[in-house]
Design a protein around this ligand. Sequence first.
Ligand code: FCB
Length: 475
Amino acid sequence: MTVDALPSPVRAGGFPAGFVWGAATAAYQIEGAAALDGRTPSVWDTFSRTAGKVRNGDTGDIAADHYHRYREDVALMAQLGLGAYRFSLAWPRIRPGGRGPANRAGLDFYDRLVDELLAHGIAPVATLYHWDLPQELEDDGGWTNRDTAYRFAEYAALAAERLGDRIATWTTLNEPWCNAFLGYGSGVHAPGRTDPVAALTAHHHLLLAHGLGTAALRDALPAGAEVSLTLNLAAVRPLTTGPADLDAARRIDGLANRIFLDPVFHGRYPADVLADTAHLTDWSFVRAGDLAEISRPIDSLGINYYTPTVVAADDPADPAPRQDGHAGELSPWPADEGVRFLPAEGSRTAMGWPVDADGLYELLTRLRDDLPGLPLLVTENGAAYEDYTDPSGAVHDPERVAYLHGHLAAVRRAVTDGAPVRGYFLWSLLDNFEWAYGYSKRFGIVHVDFASQRRTPKDSARWYAEVIRTGDLPH
Ligand code: FCB
């Protein structure tokens, strides 16, 4: 199954025939087996071992032990009726240390997983990089070192050569914004660096890795395989339509959205972003030919959406506390002087993120207009809540059901209004290691008891299975 081969007539009231129903996870968040079969540490192994970086000192050493329990997990996916499963490959499992030959034992794991998925009629959708950079590459500068982009392309080729005969949809990167700006700007994600120039440099090298990786995938994959990129684009809203608030929205739209969309789809960086950041850098890390590399055509765009971004003008002399949903004392946004971040209205999830499904509709219809004809996938959407386990062991999560219902209704509305959305991947299949929050935040539709590794589908899992079965939302 490939994403743009799907028919897309919209059935009255429902989702299009052939709409892909999926769920998503990421390697470091679920696999565990951190030192098994030749895997070497990633920046997240190092970061989670650094005192004070991850809540409770949690690490991904064991996580949901998916490395050993993938069969049970695929059986759960089959019970749900999933048509596709989005997961990530661990770079330090496949190419330990980030350089040199492929690690057969590491590839074998994904080989088994992919075969298990296919045996259950579930299409594997693989992301090459969901933030687990081999530590040795970080030691040499990580994403601030241009060399890392070339190592990524080699890794992409190794993965595609082994798995490309069975995986039809490949994603180069997951959320490079988070990796660059949280990882190198505010430092709340690995590798924990706090330098806005490093963040912008990392941003460019991640995009270069996307471009070089796309080329490597095209060379290694059979004709018809699809290459994609997943971005956490922001639904940016000005607080008022006054010129100062509109300018704050322009600035953040530049740093969240156009800083990706312009280079990837138009081969240029936005002039206003270059101007806004000129006091930090002259962008001389962008070399001749890079933008042509970065703007190689891709087959679809993945969008991860959780909550909108509301901004207003701020008084630089007396800045208001930043409420953009990202933890940490430092701002992840380079050059956000004069911008005030406010929460949207409405109820909040356990992450403190306001629930606002209209933002997803706004994003999808904007992309319909800005990138005509490009197939879109919602590659992540979901919510953390304090789930209630009743004395019988059942997990009731009505807030998550309401969140999913509202957001899927927004997707359906966007599709009805012509947005070419081909599928939806719920975040997440399993409760997992939620980065700096460790195991304290549960996003799964399947509860994981981390002490026993017992899996219990929550009410939301049954609800989602019914949506998948009927191809529509319950009334
Ligand atoms: C996204 C990440 C994903 C998960 C969700 C909640 O930013 O891609 O791994 O942590 O947020």
